[in-house]
Design a protein around this ligand. Structure first.
Ligand code: FAD
Length: 470
């Protein structure tokens, strides 16, 4: 009988233990993606990027005589329907580790087992299952450095090849058409512009990784903080949908470290941050919504997502060029450099004293690499409310940061058109990408700062001192 391979955040063929095991069995195999409520809950950009990933995977499967079956509805109901239609006797999938997916999968598994269907879950999303890394006391880690020490030298085994053969069933079940899902519907005006910056698919992920290892890894530690440079791996948009597995990154990084390549250790450490984010969200499922440190519950964050200074932040109109450049980069490309993410998050939560959840939600709407764990950890880390967080009193000064990490202004020039005699094409593309209703044009002068940097900093620190004094 056929095996349904239920795909979620693992849209690849190589190093895919669930798909590999299904293929090894020699039984007919039916790859399925279900548009369930987890897809409905996605922000516009991640949903759009998912559509690109599904199209690419569909092509890869078709090239191997297989297919990607698309179906819409609650996962348990869709699987039951497909089992009835195909006579499948088993469902295989890659485990997800965010709280909502775990809840869903636990229910689905119980339901399948009750019907006498084999339900088997596999690793592949993470290097280390959250329950396989524990402190000396047997509990979860709350601080990154000891977590890193615990995993740093671990061997994660050889990455699996793509299955040599995918046996097709005698008859394929009915599939929805991807176009009918209108995955770009939330993108307002900018879908085609964002698409121009995406590199969807497993082949693109592999090529990008190889280029990174050959050309950029050696300088990674030295150059990764300069947002105008293409010095990082760019793997996040691929990891988010599983177009590549983390094991390939880990193995390549470990090999390079053994060969003495500078940068390899730093790269492995960053990959471990992703693991740590999942470790945290697994053990503390409220991470995306609640302050990790309860003492922050009383902090006087502003909570109006439509306050004028918050709208200015969202639209890249704060009058602070480094912040605005970063917000525009995200709007146009679906990505933002890590250094810039820290700066805009600090600016929102400190200079504008606005709740990190407002920033988290805006990122979730606009990042093509949106990841529930990394985004939540990142925001709580910068805000100071999270585990192992930067202390609140460490307020990034965007001007000093710009002087250090964008010394010649290349990043700001790339994204800010106003006041430039000959603005760059990318800076102009922002005005193409934003919705007309924002009423923006490069002819409108660049805004004055919505808050003075010294004033914003002083206000935040005063609130922080008052909170501490309790
Ligand atoms: P590289 O520097 O090449 O790093 C390699 C890989 O390591 C990345 O692809 C990523 O998987 C992992 N990694 C690196 N830094 C981090 C980190 N700080 N936390 C977790 N994993 C990390 N990353 C996301 O993937 N999705 C998000 O939604 C997201 N939101 C963030 C929000 C904030 C406020 C902050 C400060 C950071 C956020 N990050 C997020 C982490 C980080 O900014 C991106 O992973 C990184 O910029 C991606 O670029 P890269 O793939 O070239 O990274």
């Amino acid at each position: 009988t056929p095996i349904l391979v239920w795909l979620r955040r693992d849209l690849r063929l190589a190093d895919h233990p669930a798909l590999y095991a299904a293929a090894q069995s020699g039984r007919p195999l039916i790859p399925v993606f279900i548009h369930d409520e987890s897809v409905e809950a996605l922000g516009a950009a991640p949903r759009f990027r998912l559509g690109l990933a599904l199209a690419a995977l569909g092509d890869e499967l078709a090239a191997r005589g297989s297919r990607l079956i698309l179906a819409r509805g609650a996962a348990d109901e869709v699987l039951a329907r497909l089992i009835a239609e195909t006579g499948a006797g088993a469902v295989f999938w890659t485990r997800c580790h965010d709280p909502e997916a775990i809840r869903r999968d636990t229910g689905v598994k119980a339901d399948l087992v009750a019907r006498g269907i084999e339900a088997k879950s596999f690793p592949g999303q993470l290097l280390f299952a959250p329950w396989d890394v524990a402190t000396g006391q047997g509990g979860p880690y709350r601080v990154f450095t000891p977590f890193w020490r615990a995993v740093r030298g671990r061997d994660v085994g050889e990455a699996l090849p793509a299955p040599a053969r995918l046996v097709a069933p005698d008859r394929w079940p009915v599939s929805a058409r991807l176009e009918s899902w209108r995955m770009a519907a939330g993108m307002r005006r900018g879908a085609q512009i964002v698409a121009g910056h995406a590199r969807p698919g497993e082949a693109a992920a592999q090529a990008r990784l190889e280029a990174f290892l050959a050309e950029r890894l050696a300088d990674y530690a030295a150059r990764r903080d300069f947002p105008a440079e293409d010095a990082t791996s760019g793997m996040s948009e691929h990891l988010a949908w599983g177009e590549i597995g983390p094991r390939q990154l880990w193995q390549a990084g470990q090999r390079a470290r053994e060969e003495g390549v500078a940068g390899a250790e730093t790269f492995l450490r960053e990959v471990a941050w992703r693991e740590f984010a999942y470790h945290l969200i697994y053990h503390f499922p409220e991470l995306p919504r609640q302050n990790w440190r309860a003492e922050w519950d009383g902090f006087p964050w502003a909570t109006d997502p439509d306050a004028p200074e918050v709208v200015a932040w969202k639209r890249g109109l704060t009058g602070v060029p480094f912040v605005d450049a970063a917000m525009r980069e995200m709007y146009v490309t679906g990505r933002m450099h890590n250094r810039a993410r820290m700066i805009v998050a600090s600016y929102l939560t400190k200079h504008l004293m606005t709740h990190w959840r407002i920033g988290l939600d805006w990122f979730a709407e606009h990042l093509t690499d949106w990841d529930p764990a990394a985004n939540a950890m990142g925001w709580q880390w910068v805000a100071g409310s999270g585990p192992d967080a930067a202390p609140y009193f460490r307020v990034f000064n965007p001007e000093t940061q710009a002087a250090k990490f964008d010394p010649d202004g290349a990043y700001r020039d790339r994204w800010i058109a106003e006041g430039r005699a000959r603005p760059s094409r990318t800076a102009l593309s922002y005005f193409e990408a934003v919705p007309r209703s924002w009423g923006l044009s490069r002819a409108v002068p660049y805004p004055e700062p919505v808050v003075g940097l010294a004033e914003g900093r002083a206000r935040a620190l005063a609130a922080y001192e008052a909170q501490k004094a309790g």
